[in-house]
Design a protein around this ligand. Structure first.
Ligand code: AP5
Length: 192
């Protein structure tokens, strides 16, 4: 199974992708996690991405397209994968389409999680509080200023993907305001 999760920052893409990973035995491909790992390891990509990510802006299409193409070629993606946070721009979606075609692969579904903006800010604040309580490191883009910018980037560059995938007939929408288990159940209905 090959899926895309679409949705604004804090919509629950990562939460749902992790749950489906366990259920279907396919990996979660989070471009955010991959980029954060590159930053932590101070690779060339990480050095180029750090300031952009800290400011809540999107990393270049060229960088993420290459990271995803390489990741999809790994053996653990043979049975499928869940794309979490990619594609994020219409050019990325077009690149992904060509990439999959070139690899002889097809998408099964594009699932969009819809969540009100006020709830997103609250979720980000909760995540920060939980991380601090657990003694972890707060994400460098989980602060009011960067989060505002992430929302703007989403509205301007990522929201148009809904129309893009509605046009291909692959878009399915789920109410992401419901609790985690209800959202998972709705997604599983779509995938059944
Ligand atoms: P990325 O890591 O992808 O972050 P994001 O899209 O901003 O999303 P989040 O991880 O904040 O949210 P999520 O939707 O996964 O929600 P989560 O499940 O964590 O990207 C970070 C940065 O990397 C970007 O800004 C950009 O710079 C760069 N980047 C990444 N991909 C890129 C790309 N393709 N192109 C260019 N640049 C890229 O949930 C959030 C919180 O809510 C959690 O605390 C969770 O417990 C809680 N929660 C989840 N579901 C529910 C629910 N149903 N009810 C209540 N609480 C819930």
């Amino acid at each position: 199974m090959r899926l895309i999760f679409l949705g604004p920052p804090g919509a629950g893409k990562g939460t749902q992708a992790k749950l489906l990973t366990e259920r279907y035995g396919i990996p979660q491909l989070s471009t955010g996690d991959m980029l954060r790992a590159a930053v932590a390891q101070a690779t060339e990509v990480g050095k180029r991405a750090k300031a952009v990510m800290d400011a809540g802006q999107l990393v270049s299409d060229e960088i993420v397209n290459e990271i995803v193409s390489d990741r999809i070629d790994q053996p653990d993606c043979a049975k499928g994968f869940i794309l979490d946070g990619y594609p994020r721009t219409v050019p990325q979606a077009i690149a992904l389409g060509k990439m999959l075609e070139g690899k002889g692969l097809k998408l099964d579904a594009v699932i969009e999680l819809k969540v009100d903006e006020a709830a997103l800010v609250k979720r980000m604040e909760n995540r920060v509080a939980e991380t601090i309580a657990a003694g972890g490191t707060v994400r460098s883009d989980d602060n009011p200023e960067a989060f505002k910018r992430r929302l703007t980037e989403y509205r301007e560059k990522t929201a148009p993907l809904s129309e893009h995938y509605a046009g291909t007939g692959q878009l399915r929408t789920v109410d992401g305001m419901a609790d985690v288990n209800t959202v998972t159940a709705e997604i599983e209905k779509i995938l059944a």
